[in-house]
Design a protein around this ligand. Sequence first.
Ligand code: GAR
Length: 208
Amino acid sequence: MSCRVAVLVSGRGSNLQSIIDKSKSREIDAEVAVVLSDNKEAFALARARKAGIEAHYIDPEVTKPVLIGNAEDNYINTLKEYKVDLVCLAGFMRIVKEKIIAEFKWKMMNIHPSLLPSFKGLHVQKKALDYGVRFAGATVHFVTGDVDGGPIILQAVVPVYQDDTEESLSSRILKEEHRIYPEAIDLFSKNKLKIKDNRVFIEGDDGK
Ligand code: GAR
C-alpha cells in the first residue's frame, strides 16, 4: 500500500515538487496527502495546490524559530486528521520539539544541504565554502530531538570547485536533494529502513 506523506515547508518548495512529481509518476511508492506551511506566502503552497494537493498555512504563533505550544498541537492534529504515515520536513525552517517528534517517532524525516554531521544549522553551503572542503552534499535523516542530528538514511556527495559561489554549490547540492529525498521516502514506504543503535540499515542494500 502506498504511504501517505505530509510535507512541511516554509518557502520555495523545490524538494516538495520532486516528491510530488515522483509520486505522481509512480517512481516512488508514496502519495502526498497534505502540505503544511508556517509561511502564508510560501511558493510551496501554490505548487501543492496546482498539483491538486490540499495545502494549509498553520500559524506558527511565535516569532522564534521553534514549533511549540498551541501551534505545535495544531500541526499534530492536522497531521492526524490526514492519517499520514510519514512526515517530511522539506525546507521547513522551524525547530520541531519533543511533542511532535514523539507523536511521529521514526516517522519524521528531514533533508539538510550538507554532509551531516558537518555544517549544521543555516547557510551551510556558505559554511562549507568558507571552510574549504573539497566535497559537500546532502543528507536525509530521521528527526530526533538532536537538531540536524538524527540517524542518517541517505547521503549524496558533490564536488566543490575552486570557482564555486554559494549559489553554484547550492544548486549542485539541490539537484542531489531532489534525487535522494524521494528515494528515502520510497525506502520508508517499502518498510526497508531499520534503525539499530542510532544507525539506519537498508534492507537488501549492504552499501557495497
Ligand atoms: C533545501 O536546500 C533544504 O535542504 C534546506 O532548505 C532548502 C529548501 O529548498 N533545508 C534546510 O536547510 C533545513 N535545515 P526547497 O524549499 O526548494 O525545497
